[in-house]
Design a protein around this ligand. Sequence first.
Ligand SMILES: *Cc1c(COP(=O)(O)O)cnc(C)c1O
Length: 384
Amino acid sequence: MKTIEKENLYVAGTYKRFPIEIVSGKGATAVDSNGKEYIDLASGIAVNTFGYSDDEWIAAVTKQLTTLQHTSNLYYTDPCVELAALLCEKTGMKKVFFSNSGAEANECAIKAARKYAENKGNSTTILTLLNSFHGRTLTTLAATGQETFHKDFLPLTEGFAYTPANDIAALTEAFEKYSPCAVMFEVVQGEGGVNPLEYDFVKKIEELCTANDALMICDEVQIGNGRSGKLYGYMHYGISPDVVTTAKGLGGGLPIGATMLGERVKDIFTYGSHGSTFGGNPVCCAGAVNIITRLDEAMLSEVIKKSELIKNTLEGSEGVESVTGLGLMLGIKTAKPAGEVVSRCIENGVLVITAKDKVRLLPPLNIPMEELKKALAVIKDACR
Ligand SMILES: *Cc1c(COP(=O)(O)O)cnc(C)c1O
């Protein structure tokens, strides 16, 4: 295949791709270069919130694209202001910094935490969780509590310490040992295997952060933007984070990252203290406004309904050991190796991916029920 041969010659070999070239898509259906159709339950890794070529989203993006594609942050533009206001209204956060990816959104959160600590003369150590994933830049790699990602790239940015997820005693000890200025965590560890944090553990993070004037930073890059069944995953835990980062599904397929700043850090950044050439790009923001506007109660309850359908169909089914996660970010622990199940699904026209030793499902939030049911039958068969 021409594309694959060319790729091997010219594209850096960072990705182990499935041997498929996707050429087009509509809704939850992707089409490869041989004309084969797939029901896509991965959504470009939680990016295509409303699937491929969604009409409303295309209209919003095209309108902006043909009006003004970019002008830099030296001038005011409306789409980024509209998006910031929308995000703040819907979350209670106070201000937003825009970037282009999850890693950058987290970099901004880390800079906010460092500056907050610096201003107060506190320790600059940031506590993160083992088995977390926060991105691929040197600093977000340092924040990522998995050594396999660190090796070959040392030295990483200093000032991170790690503690195991769902271990309240270890968390308390880590606070005593490091007096961290912030704790950064995913309420559902995505790359780590789709593992939700326990309610009591998250509440303890909040309690310790409040008592020790540390910032609570929620990395909502993957679980955010409606995927959990609430607008943001932390909302399931009744906590009020100081910083919320998101990206992936925010733009519905366009590159955008957002770092939402709460009351304590809303004015932490001042002229010149942070920036991004493409940050707040009008086209990406117009796409994101469309996505966030459509994540209303009806859409979120549909997410929960579909989540329940998936769990009810797969739990207890032959070869399925467990289903973990929230909303439409689910991990299936299978008796067979996850990679084998994924290959079998692809052969049978369903795109799913892995997360550690699990099969991971991240379908578009608006996938039609009938298509979801068809895909689940294929998955069920592949697990058996
Ligand atoms: C994907 C992901 C990131 C990194 O996002 P990029 O856009 O790839 O930089 C960070 N945190 C979490 C939780 C993610 O899932």
